[in-house]
Design a protein around this ligand. Structure first.
Ligand SMILES: Cc1ncc(COP(=O)(O)O)c(C=O)c1O
Length: 412
């Protein structure tokens, strides 16, 4: 039962270091702020348990217990079991290692479909497999459609397709793709999917079982946590994949076989702070109930989504009145269609110059290709860079108003 109908922004902001709120910060798709709970967990680990975990002495056992808790809670966050979840340095490394682990299952002539909309992290590692005779099939994107089209995919799938690599949400356009439908289509053809959820996970609930995805990746530092990447994989495929760690690591140690670097202890332990944060939001906004952690976060994400929708609407309404601003992506703020990440170009002003121009108003935005270079290069744009304003649930309507005023002041 909700105690509050909408997200209490004062309460939300109290959970983070106060100094963040001076500027209107819109570079959240690059990396999000972390709540105090994460900072405290990281600090206690380093203060109290910075030893090699898992040995029979109290400090070492506590260290292992703390790491295990972070790992388990983050698995629950996405509806997965702990042994299906690899936590390593980043999404880029996770996909790179995954591609190496899967290539032994494939033969020369097998095909991988790669969406042009991808961040390079879910593109380059698959393309590298061309060296081993794997054929890459491009799944192009244009600005005519705001999301990936399942019927386009249907034309590309063949008996030889082994995997489809695509983003859940583009980190440039913010448009949401229909993961469940795309995954079902790939499965019909006997192919698996690798979904990049980095731009989605900070905004909506991830439910890997409901979508039946084979691999789903995202980065904790965009989901209010430390610099780590998360890779979910279906148990039976992880078992088959070739381990990438030391030769004596068991092939059935699923949660570790795809992390050759070894875990970052203090950061994994600090992941529990993300769960603390979601739980404190839950307690503040809902009457306590016997719900599990996954259900509690779903309830919190619903509040987040509706707050984000109102922020998105506010910016989109402004953009709709300005002919000089060319938005890439959908202009509908609905929660099932987009997350509040917006990229655009402004007529007559080079994109790369715009962040410095709005900084005078203490507005933080970014410009560039955001590693979705293949997508931007594939479009018919004179300027190959875009301005990106990306929101998180802790942004306020006043932040958006400051952004609007600042952008407006640049237009003649
Ligand atoms: C959509 C998307 N995918 C992948 C990545 C790469 O994540 P990581 O920095 O964890 O390698 C990013 C990083 O910005 C991203 O935005």
């Amino acid at each position: 039962m909700p105690l509050k109908k909408s997200l209490d922004l004062d309460y939300v902001r109290q959970q983070f270091p106060r100094q963040h709120w001076k500027w209107a910060f819109f570079e959240n798709a690059g990396g999000a702020f972390v709540p105090n709970s994460v900072i405290e967990r990281m600090s206690s680990y380093m203060n109290e348990t910075q030893v090699q975990p898992g040995y029979p002495n109290p400090v070492s056992m506590k260290a292992a217990e703390r790491m295990n808790r972070g790992h388990r809670l983050m698995s629950e966050l996405i509806g997965a079991d702990i042994d299906e979840v690899t936590i390593s340095a980043s999404t880029s490394i996770n996909i790179y290692v995954l591609a190496q682990a899967l290539r032994g299952l494939w033969q020369a002539g097998d095909e991988i479909i790669v969406s042009t909309l991808n961040h390079e992290a879910n593109s380059g590692p698959w393309r590298r497999l061309q060296e081993f005779g794997i054929k890459i099939v491009e799944w192009p994107s244009s600005l005519d459609s705001t999301s990936l089209n399942v019927s386009d995919l249907e034309q590309l799938l063949t008996r030889k397709t082994r995997l489809v690599a695509f983003p859940h949400v583009s980190n440039v356009t913010g448009d949401i793709n229909d993961v469940k439908a795309i995954t079902a289509k790939a499965h019909e053809a006997g192919a698996m999917v690798c979904v990049d959820g980095v731009a989605y996970a900070p905004h909506r609930t991830v439910d890997v079982k409901e979508w039946d995805v084979d691999f789903y990746v995202f980065s904790f530092y965009k989901v209010f946590g430390p610099h780590l990447g998360c890779l979910y994989g279906k148990r039976d495929i992880l078992l088959e994949a070739k381990g990438q760690g030391h030769y004596f690591f068991p092939e059935d140690d699923l949660a570790h076989k795809l992390n050759p670097a070894g875990p970052n202890h203090e950061s994994i332990s600090a992941l529990t702070g993300i769960a603390d944060y979601f739980d404190c939001l839950y307690k503040h906004h809902f009457e306590e109930s016997g719900e599990g952690f996954f259900q509690r976060t779903q309830s919190v994400y619903k509040l987040i989504a509706s707050h984000e929708e109102s922020l998105a609407r506010q910016l989109l309404e402004f953009i709709a009145t300005k002919d000089e601003i060319h938005l890439l992506g959908g202009a509908n703020s609905e929660t099932n269609l987009r997350v509040p990440t917006f990229s655009f170009q402004i007529e007559g002003i080079p994109s790369l110059s715009i962040p410095a121009l709005v900084a005078k108003d203490e507005v933080a935005i970014a410009a560039g290709h955001f590693y979705a270079k293949r997508f931007l290069d594939s479009l018919d744009l004179a300027d190959k860079d875009v301005v990106r304003c990306s929101m998180a649930h802790y942004n306020t309507g006043e932040d958006v108003e400051r952004l609007i005023q600042s952008l407006d002041s640049l237009l003649c």
